[in-house]
Design a binder for this molecule. Structure first.
Ligand SMILES: [Fe+2]
Length: 207
């Protein structure tokens, strides 16, 4: 994650978007691990609002102080809570297939968000609301299913929307799923235990 606006401005748009999606992934996962807490949640939701608003400009290669702040806040949030399913899967993809970290994150995040909508509905509803720039409102529920499509639109700005574009093949899915299932961060995912088959389905949807 690059958080220096001047340095950001020198990065090509697609790469800047992919890096921003990695920062958004930090914000998202900070919302629902067992160590999630109100301070991390505020930081994460603010990060989502900043990154959601700034990533279209990033797609044109324009870095900004707001984009940098979003990345810092997302990093702060996940630093206090630790990682969960999305990062377990992304790290397994990178380790097994040699793909770049930011791009793997960008491709997987909409799919991870759709899976998490059922496992962390309140948090994902607030995340979707923040991505749209809407205020946090504990009195009413946000739509958890909206986050996946909002993130897919942002990922598309990077020009890479499928794992196959990164050289990941169908034959690698089983090994990636097994590696991810053994990652300790999977245990930090709320809801029922995540098994290898669920991970393989998630990966297939992103292929
Ligand atoms: Fe990351």
């Amino acid at each position: 994650v690059v958080a220096d606006p001047a340095l950001m401005a020198s990065a090509p748009g697609p790469q800047l978007v992919a890096t921003g999606m990695n920062a958004l992934a930090h914000a998202m996962e900070a919302l629902y691990t067992p160590c999630a807490n109100p301070v991390a949640e505020l930081a994460a939701l603010r990060a989502a609002a900043l990154l959601g608003a700034e990533l279209p400009r990033a797609g044109r290669g324009e870095g900004s102080a707001e984009l940098a702040l979003g990345a810092v806040l997302g990093g702060y949030a996940v630093g206090t809570t630790g990682l969960a399913l999305h990062h377990a899967v992304c790290q397994a993809i990178v380790r097994t297939c040699g793909t770049p970290h930011a791009e793997a994150n960008a491709v997987m995040l909409p799919h991870s968000a759709r899976l998490m909508a059922g496992r962390a509905p309140r948090e994902m509803g607030e995340f979707a609301r923040s991505l749209r720039g809407q205020p946090v409102d504990p009195a009413t529920a946000g739509d958890p299913a909206a986050a996946g499509d909002l993130l897919a639109a942002l990922t598309a700005l990077s020009g890479t929307t499928r794992l196959s574009q990164l050289g990941v093949t169908k034959s690698a899915m089983g090994e990636v799923a097994s590696t991810a299932a053994q990652h300790p961060a999977v245990q930090a995912t709320p809801g029922a235990g995540v098994d290898r088959d669920e991970l393989r389905d998630l990966l297939r949807r992103a292929l």
